[in-house]
Design a protein around this ligand. Structure first.
Ligand SMILES: [Zn+2]
Length: 98
C-alpha cells in the first residue's frame, strides 16, 4: 500500500545510493536492503509515492482517495466513505494538486 504526497512537502534523504530510473519513474530504495522508499512518475507530476509501511506516523495520516480500488483484496477494502478509483486516480490527483 502506497500513500501519495505533494512532492514539495516530502523529501527522501539517505537513499541517494539506491536511486534508480526505469520507464520514466524515479525510484528510491534503501541502499542497504533494496526496500522501496518512494517513487515519482511522469504522469503524476508534483507527487511522490511512499510505501505506508516505512512511515512512522502512518496512523496519523488522513487519506482523501483510494486508488486501484478495483484490484484491492476483499479484506483490504476500506469502507470509510472516501472516493474510490479503480485506476491510478491520476485525473483526481492531478486536479487536486493544481
Ligand atoms: Zn533497508
Amino acid at each position: 500500500m502506497f500513500a501519495g504526497f505533494d512532492h514539495k512537502t516530502l523529501q527522501i534523504s539517505g537513499a541517494e545510493d539506491g536511486t534508480r530510473f526505469d520507464s520514466g519513474a524515479h525510484r528510491w530504495m534503501c541502499p542497504k536492503c533494496g526496500s522501496p522508499l518512494g517513487a515519482t512518475f511522469p504522469y503524476l507530476p508534483d507527487q511522490i509515492y511512499v510505501p505506508v509501511g516505512v512511515l512512522n506516523d502512518a496512523a496519523d495520516l488522513q487519506p482523501s482517495l483510494h486508488c486501484h480500488a478495483g484490484q484491492a483484496l476483499h479484506w483490504a477494502t476500506p469502507d470509510d466513505g472516501l472516493p474510490h478509483s479503480d485506476g491510478t486516480g491520476r485525473d483526481v490527483l492531478n486536479k487536486a494538486s493544481q
